[in-house]
Design a protein around this ligand. Sequence first.
Ligand code: NAP
Length: 271
Amino acid sequence: MKATFIGGGNMGSAIVGALIARGERAGDLRIVEPSQAQRERLRERVPGVALHAGIDTNALADSDIVVLAVKPQQIAQACRELASHLVTSQVVLSIAAGVRCADLSRWLDGHPQIVRAMPNTPALVGAGISVLYAAGDTRNGARIAEDVLRACGETLWCDREADLDAVTAVSGSGPAYVFYFLEALEQAAIELGLSRIARRLAYATFEGSIRLARESSESPATLRANVTSKGGTTARALETMGAADMRTHFIDAVKAAAARATELGDAFGKE
Ligand SMILES: NC(=O)c1ccc[n+]([C@@H]2O[C@H](COP(=O)([O-])OP(=O)(O)OC[C@H]3O[C@@H](n4cnc5c(N)ncnc54)[C@H](OP(=O)(O)O)[C@@H]3O)[C@@H](O)[C@H]2O)c1
């Protein structure tokens, strides 16, 4: 598979790194990255990948897929630069949060093969999850796009584009929520006098609990009940969380993120 990445920042370089780690040939991959300092970093990080300072026919020739990995604010401009160099058989995969297929298609002069996806940052270590959505009938394009993102972890599909706003709120922004709770558990351990081992305790508790949940046939609610004896320590902590209505606040926070994704989609579409 030959691929061109537009944007070699965090996500673009993570996906290229994952493709190489999976065994794709570096010579089949190209990155368009305007920042010279970033191109120098990429030269070290992904040796053998062709690096281009701008979008031109050379950067795209023979590529089966063009991955848009620029910030949402930069995507309209990048698409306009891309439009005249694309050929119909090339699939365009956008990983930009909020930016809709209809807008991408408009900026790309009606290009027929467009797939959107929402990956997340654990892609950096091959443990991401990406949800994809294909506009129209682009079966071959969908297969190639999924093949790219499989290098970064799990892939799932949704059949309504609007669901990607919810996905953005849940798994796209999700790593930040996990880090927030990790920080809080570490902070609690420090305040309880365990500074030396606080971070290790927090990481191992999250890792072990996720593994237990994945390997168990029980739901998270049952697993929680299993470690909560009446009148015990866990029960006291959960009562404290319940009194602060933490669950409702957390759910509201995720819903607010989804609403923000929709708002951003509306704003980007005005370009
Ligand atoms: N990070 C996440 O958690 C996450 C998760 C899921 C999806 N995403 C999506 O992934 C996309 C990329 O995010 P990121 O964190 O990787 O951003 P980033 O680190 O800022 O990378 C974007 C890169 O693209 C370059 N660029 C800008 N305009 C360009 C153009 N016209 N042609 C080629 N390259 C251009 C930028 O250069 P300059 O710095 O010089 O502008 C920058 O190096 C975003 O749309 C985001 O919504 C991110």
